[in-house]
Design a protein around this ligand. Structure first.
Ligand code: MG
Ligand code: MG
Length: 264
């Protein structure tokens, strides 16, 4: 069942989602070759708790950390730990928070170091553009399939592929609610989009083939062909005037750190 949100609820989800954006920006300040993913996770957890909120992922179905940090061929759900970032890594950082009973959820993919190779740069740009096109399709009267179709068409036109096994989702008192929001689909198919729908749209786009598998840690999803993957996610609400983004990349993109590259 889809739980459409009231104005008050949307305000609370916005607060949580903005805190996610600020947390990702705080983490981005510290990204550099040699830092461990575990150190970034601690920075995120401390920042969230100092803002009177709790990490949304920690303990969720047993996930052990605040961030999902997924590097290169890792698509999503990478577990932070002792691994060090290296120059030219593609690093997806996904963060959730729970504040005043409501969740926020957003993700961003950085390149570590200077400007990445053209194919990686194109992957980042295409995934981020796909997210924007997906958001633009989230209008009253459209269907969920229109969102996925927008993402998929854009990714495949660029020569990339769309992960099918993991999808976006409704967001509210729970981190994952109905409906599922695939990054692929047919126009005019799926649930009708109505005012008050709050969803996380999160394209996961692969440089190579679409197939993925899970690592033995029980969490990390990697591409089967070991080629890189990118991931961007926004929480949005559908209003009668169109989609409104509740999370933000603005704080992240204000960060001045010569050790990260991001596409605009
Ligand atoms: Mg997320
Ligand atoms: Mg999500």
């Amino acid at each position: 069942m889809i739980l459409y949100k009231t104005k008050e609820e949307i305000g609370l989800i916005r607060e949580s989602s903005l805190l996610v954006g600020k947390t990702l920006a705080e983490v981005a300040k510290f990204i550099r070759p040699g830092i461990t993913t575990g150190a970034l996770d601690t920075i995120a957890e401390d920042f969230i708790r100092s803002n009177r909120a709790v990490p949304g992922f920690k303990g969720y179905r047993g996930f052990p950390a605040t961030l999902c940090i997924s590097i290169n061929e890792e698509v999503v759900h990478g577990i932070p730990g002792t691994r060090e970032l290296r120059d030219a890594d593609l690093v997806s950082i996904d963060c959730g928070v729970q504040k005043d009973g409501y969740f926020g959820d957003s993700a961003y993919t950085f390149a570590v170091g200077s400007e990445p190779e053209p194919d990686l740069k194109k992957l980042l740009l295409t995934t981020k553009q796909g997210l924007r096109l997906g958001i633009e399709a989230a209008v009253v009267g459209n269907r969920i399939g229109d969102i996925g179709n927008a993402v998929q068409s854009h990714a495949e036109a660029a020569g990339f592929s769309v992960v099918r096994e993991l999808v976006g989702h409704g967001l509210g008192k729970n981190l994952h609610e109905s409906p599922e929001v695939p990054n692929f689909g047919k126009k005019g198919h799926g649930a009708l989009i109505r005012e008050g729908l709050v969803i996380a749209i999160e394209p996961m786009i692969n440089l190579g083939r679409r197939n993925v598998k899970q690592k033995k840690d029980g969490w990390t999803i990697i591409t089967a062909d070991m080629k890189p993957s990118a991931h961007f996610e926004h929480a949005i609400v559908v209003t009668k005037d169109g989609p409104v983004v509740l999370s933000t990349f603005d704080e992240i993109e204000k960060v001045r750190n010569d050790n990260i590259f991001f596409v605009n």
